[in-house]
Design a protein around this ligand. Sequence first.
Ligand code: ADP
Ligand code: ADP
Length: 236
Amino acid sequence: AISARLLDVSKHYGRPGSSEVVALSHVALDVERGEFTAVMGPSGSGKSTLMHCLAGLDRPTSGRVVIAERDITDLGDTELTILRRRDIGFIFQAFNLIPTLTAAENIELPFRLDGRRPDGEERAWITHLTQVLGLSDRLGHRPNELSGGQQQRVAIARALATRPQLVIADEPTGNLDSRTATEVQHLLRAAATDFGQTIVMVTHDPIAASIADRIVFLADGRIVRQERGLDPAAVS
Ligand code: ADP
Ligand code: ADP
């Protein structure tokens, strides 16, 4: 697994002056390898921006982003894309599925982008994921034939399919019924505990957040508080 670090990161949108929005202001965050961190905070507090910066999808206005001991702040787009494909699973708030591909093809996309197909063990893991997520009978459907909750589950399966070392999940359970949400929380908890993956998850649900090792609270683009989550052993 890899660590993720934000060093004094600020992110401004718009032009300096009247239209400028400060989405993140001098944020320092240090996520250790294999650690499960939950991020909470009101709407507009900068959670999505923080996740995008951590995943190399968005560039900070100032400060540094370090992934796996490597400063990625000044990497070019090509290098960032390679890093993301190799090491990072991102569960977007807007699922970002490819409309022309079936659910199964969307889930296997990370392998295709890596120029290969899942091997036997990986295929067994994907089958397990799709069963746990209740997608087994939807694998041949395209996104527009799936409900919002089903699309979200496909996005989760896709993000976890390659067992990426860093999983960035922006409200992964927002559209799910409580039973499926619980399954997703267990998948993420097991990813950290059993496979040493590093997880950063935005959630509005205090119970979901409590399964994390640590909860980080954002307000107005700043980290205002940090708490320990539940002892992971108490969850399983
Ligand atoms: P959260 O995820 O906590 O709701 P965001 O990171 O989405 O917060 O947004 C933080 C602030 O940055 C908000 O004021 C939002 O309106 C603003 N913002 C986010 N993305 C953009 C953008 N692309 N352009 C301009 N402002 C943005
Ligand atoms: P969910 O519990 O995930 O929110 P919905 O109530 O939205 O599910 O959908 C119920 C069923 O209808 C789902 O099994 C889904 O496959 C199907 N469905 C939803 N939207 C569409 C659509 N646009 N086209 C075809 N089938 C759909």
